[in-house]
Design a protein around this ligand. Structure first.
Ligand code: AMP
Length: 398
């Protein structure tokens, strides 16, 4: 048992478990400010390390050879004065099995395992986090919050690929969409800022971080996403190409002799901003380099913004009206340059940014960065996936 169960600040632990990493955050039941957060990296290896941030203090604990369990146990040892009511887990793929968050039990874990073929890198790692937390806290209720669940409202005309139907029926090959927790959270926050009920608000949200996706949301429900069967489809990202010609794989194999797995690695890990610039996957680095005259960095940013704008136009097909175009994620929240370059492609749609509001990321204007004359309102709304997972956890356990 971690702390005295009868005293301390009531809170929820949020866990995001990768194959060799474990990210966690502790959020209070009352209020929104994270109490502790941390990251254990390189687990299982000699350089395993746990980094914890609490009360503005950073602690770094080398843990050579540590497992996920060791790291979580160590982290929990630092949670004095806290009284966890439940644990929320980020889960990547819920397939068609999960249309919302779910309380974790044995049957539910078996269903997640059935979805693992759709996310072989992510789901098994997420399940390691669940098993570890259940072992350490058998008395605490645990909840899974899926990246895909928010998108289960996407209709068949948007989720079907135009390939023989048997692939969908037999293997569940279809578009799922990801970053659902972020798009959902941002849609609720945007509705709040607009003073409208979420179920009467229609938006296009753009989550631009290391991974990037955009989502069309009609009356609070996801109608389409740029991501597909996997998080590789759609927008250009830090190291991912996004959409390419489906014949590219065959062409590259014929011309270079590359194996399919090598082509997949190239498209996922060596492409996007990194591949086009030859410099970095990090937008900050590229912006600085572009300002210093690095032409390929400039071009990579231009391609990023153009392809984003083109995809957003495509998502408009899913909507009857648009209350706001919303930027979020590390790039979306912080790069006035990316927002301006993207918005410049929407002249035909009557989108006009206010330069000053954009420069201050809409912070003094309730998130709004467009000018009053703009036909499409445009906003910056910071995402908070941990908070959304904590809220979902509380909702399900109470
Ligand atoms: P995320 O995955 O949401 O943490 O976002 C990471 C991305 O946000 C990286 O490409 C960062 O370079 C980018 N980013 C963070 N801060 C800034 C900034 N001030 N200007 C431009 N890009 C930024």
């Amino acid at each position: 048992m971690l702390t005295d169960p009868s005293s301390g600040t009531a809170c929820v632990i949020v866990i995001n478990c990768g194959s060799s990493s474990l990210k966690f955050a502790v959020l209070p039941v009352e209020g929104e400010n994270t109490l502790i957060k941390g990251l254990a990296e390189r687990l299982g290896g000699p350089e395993a390390v746990l980094k914890i941030e609490r009360n503005g203090e950073d602690i770094r604990i080398p843990m050579p050879g540590a497992t996920h369990r060791d790291a979580l146990q160590e982290a929990v040892g630092r949670m004095s004065g806290l009284r966890p009511l439940g644990i929320g887990h980020r889960m990547v793929h819920g397939g068609e099995e999960f249309t919302g968050s779910a309380v974790i039990c044995d049957d539910m874990m078996a269903a997640v395992e059935r979805c693992s073929s759709l996310a072989p890198l992510h789901n098994p790692a997420n399940l390691v986090g669940v098993r570890t937390a259940r072992e350490l806290f058998p008395e605490l209720p645990q909840v899974a919050v899926f990246d895909t669940a928010f998108h289960q409202s996407i209709p068949p005309k948007a989720y079907l690929y135009a390939i023989p139907r048997s692939y969908y029926e037999e293997l569940k090959v279809r578009r799922y969409g990801f970053h659902g927790t972020s798009h959902h959270y941002v849609s609720l926050e945007t509705a709040r800022l607009l003073g409208k009920p979420a179920d009467q608000t229609s938006l296009i949200t753009m989550h631009l971080g290391n991974g990037c996706s955009a989502c069309a949301i009609k009356n609070g429900r996801s109608m389409d996403s740029t991501m597909g069967l996997t998080p590789s489809e759609g927008l250009m990202m830090g190291t991912r190409s996004g959409d390419v010609d489906p014949a590219l794989h065959q062409f590259l194999q014929d011309q270079t002799g590359m194996r399919l797995s090598e082509i997949t690695t190239m498209l996922n890990s060596k492409s996007g901003l990194l591949g086009l610039s030859g410099l970095s996957n990090d937008m900050r680095t590229l912006s600085e380099a572009a300002r210093g005259g690095h032409e390929l960095a400039r071009l990579a940013i231009e391609v990023f913004c153009y392809r984003l704008a083109k995809s957003v136009y495509g998502l408009m097909a899913a909507l009857d009206s648009l209350d706001a175009l919303v930027f979020t994620g590390g790039i979306g929240e912080n790069s006035a340059e990316v927002r301006a370059l993207t918005a410049a492609h929407f002249k035909i749609a009557g989108l006009m940014l206010d330069e000053n509001k954009n420069a201050s990321h809409g912070r003094d204007d309730g998130g709004v960065i467009s000018s009053p004359e703009s036909r499409i309102p445009c906003m910056v709304v910071p995402t908070n996936e941990e908070l959304m997972i904590a809220r979902e956890t509380l909702r399900l356990i109470s």
